[in-house]
Design a protein around this ligand. Structure first.
Ligand SMILES: Cc1cc2nc3c(=O)[nH]c(=O)nc-3n(C[C@H](O)[C@H](O)[C@H](O)COP(=O)(O)OP(=O)(O)OC[C@H]3O[C@@H](n4cnc5c(N)ncnc54)[C@H](O)[C@@H]3O)c2cc1C
Length: 302
């Protein structure tokens, strides 16, 4: 069954890769800005619809997307759970009279039914949700799935123009919200937990991240302790990440943290407790003091 991925602002290559794999050969349709059309082909989309300048008005964008869905007769719709799409998708679901599951962390397709998996009841269990409406919709947390190149050999690229409805919102400008790459885009991640002990400790992780070209991440306990901002939190109630390398300093490896790093290619854990659960999950482990290891790495790299 054909699946449509809605990424009108930026392609989520991990979500597109996952969609292609669950589709098992069925064509995947994607809506992306024209600058991402080539990447959409690389990550396996068959029908690439491009759209530019949708503007900032989420209600107007939902109306454009409804026009697109009705025209393409799409029945399974996926979108990244970015700040913008979290605002737009509920409005689109209402317009389409479709069930919508927000913030999924896993997906599967069985007999035309989309299995939408997400944490539920305060993240104490993983729920698999099925939609009864003819159109099935889900948003997926960015970073949950690794991007896998699987180029489509005969792509069809179509430029879309929407009859833009009246807009009630104007854009005053944009500014980056952080001085480092957003978590879900980082290839190298330097993560700290409560074991790092202080904000000053996290500054050392920032120095290491700068030298490695990486991004700093944190466990929820480290965020709660004020060592790092919430935008750094990785895990079930933070961001899901899929970096090439995930270095975990002073993180115990609670299940809620591990849920956010399962897409990581290589996990390296540094913890003074040889029985810390993270060692059961890590590819490489160092039993020792995080600061000693960071100092050695800083010395070596600078
Ligand atoms: C509903 C719910 C949602 C949650 N969501 C998240 C989430 O999104 N993300 C998340 O991270 N957590 C989440 N949690 C919290 C989670 O259960 C853990 O409490 C948290 O991940 C623990 O963080 P930590 O590993 O930094 O701290 P701790 O568990 O306290 O571990 C600190 C570790 O540091 C080690 N250590 C101490 N000193 C040193 C040293 N000098 N050198 C090296 N190692 C040292 C210790 O041995 C220990 O293993 C959630 C919990 C709930 C109930």
């Amino acid at each position: 069954m054909e699946i449509t991925v809605l990424c009108p602002f930026e392609l989520d290559s991990g979500l597109l890769s996952k969609t292609v794999s669950i589709g098992q050969g069925a064509p995947v349709r994607v809506l992306v800005p024209s600058r991402d059309a080539a990447a959409a082909v690389d990550y396996g989309a068959k029908y690439i619809h491009t759209v530019d300048d949708l503007g900032p008005d989420e209600t107007a964008i939902a109306a454009c997307l409804e026009e697109f869905i009705r025209k393409t007769d799409s029945k399974i719709l996926l979108a990244p759970a970015t700040v913008q799409m979290r605002g737009i998708l509920p409005q689109l679901a209402y317009r389409l009279r479709a069930g919508l599951t927000a913030d999924c962390t896993e997906l599967a397709l069985e007999n035309g039914k989309l299995l939408q998996v997400r944490p539920a009841f305060g993240s104490s269990l993983m729920a698999t949700i099925l939609t009864k409406s003819p159109i099935q919709m889900a948003t997926v947390r960015p970073g949950c799935f690794p991007a896998v190149k699987q180029p489509c050999s005969d792509p069809v690229i179509v430029k879309e123009r929407f009859s833009s409805p009246h807009e009630r919102v104007t854009c005053q400008g944009y500014r980056p919200f952080e001085d480092q790459l957003p978590l879900h885009q980082a290839e190298i991640m330097i993560a700290g937990g409560l074991g790092v002990g202080s904000k000053a400790g996290f500054e050392k992780l920032h120095r290491l991240a700068t030298l490695l070209g990486g991004t700093v991440a944190a466990s929820r306990s480290a965020v709660d302790a004020g060592f790092a901002p919430y935008s750094c939190q990785v895990g079930m109630t933070g961001t899901c990440v899929s970096p090439q390398i995930y270095l975990a300093f002073g993180i115990s490896g609670a299940v809620q943290h591990l849920a956010g790093i399962s897409g990581s290619k290589t996990i390296i854990a540094i913890n003074s407790d040889p029985k810390a659960p993270i060692f059961d999950y890590a590819d490489y482990g160092i039993v020792g003091d995080w600061e000693t290891v960071v100092h050695k790495l800083l010395e070596e790299l600078s």
